[in-house]
Structures are given as C-alpha cells and as structure tokens.
Write a protein that binds this ligand. Structure first.
Ligand code: TRP
Length: 75
C-alpha cells in the first residue's frame, strides 16, 4: 500500500498536458495516458502497477521531493 508520501499533484498550466503512467517490473511500457486541460489538477500515487510517471507539457508538479515546473521549451 502506498504511503501519503507517494502522492503527487499535477496542475496543468496549458491545455493538453499529458500524464503518462508507465508499468512497474521488467517490462516498462505505457499503461495509461491522461490528458489535462489548463487549470485541471490530478492527484495520483505510484502503485503496484505504476512505477514511473512522465509529464508532457506545461505543468506544476508537486511531490515529496519538492515542487517543479515542466514546460514546453524543455528548460
Ligand atoms: N490503473 C493505474 C494504477 O493503479 C492508475 C494510475 C495510478 C496511474 N497512478 C497513475 C495512471 C499515475 C497514470 C499516472 O496503477
């Protein structure tokens, strides 16, 4: 069972931000892609099935490691 520290928050700062979950285990592949529009927030966890999350697009991402920004320019 994931602890609260595994919770992360993603807030989209543009339309069409993609949150992509990748599978846990020896076979790493895309599991699920969620699209967020500007202002939408997703609260997620790492799970038995998901060990990696990729964010594509402009967003604010909060994790137990801090808050960071992703953007379109790759900064
Ligand atoms: N069905 C997925 C799972 O339980 C849902 C999920 C959990 C997910 N965390 C995610 C999807 C992060 C995308 C990103 O693992």
């Amino acid at each position: 069972m994931a602890s609260n520290e595994d919770v992360f928050v993603i807030k989209a700062k543009a339309n069409g931000v993609q949150v992509i979950g990748l599978t846990r285990g020896s076979d790493t592949r895309f599991l699920h892609t969620e699209k967020l529009d500007k202002g939408e927030v997703m609260i997620g966890q790492f799970t038995e099935h998901t060990s990696l999350v990729k964010v594509r697009g402009k967003a604010t991402i909060q994790t137990s490691h801090g808050t960071m920004e992703s953007n379109d320019e790759g900064e």
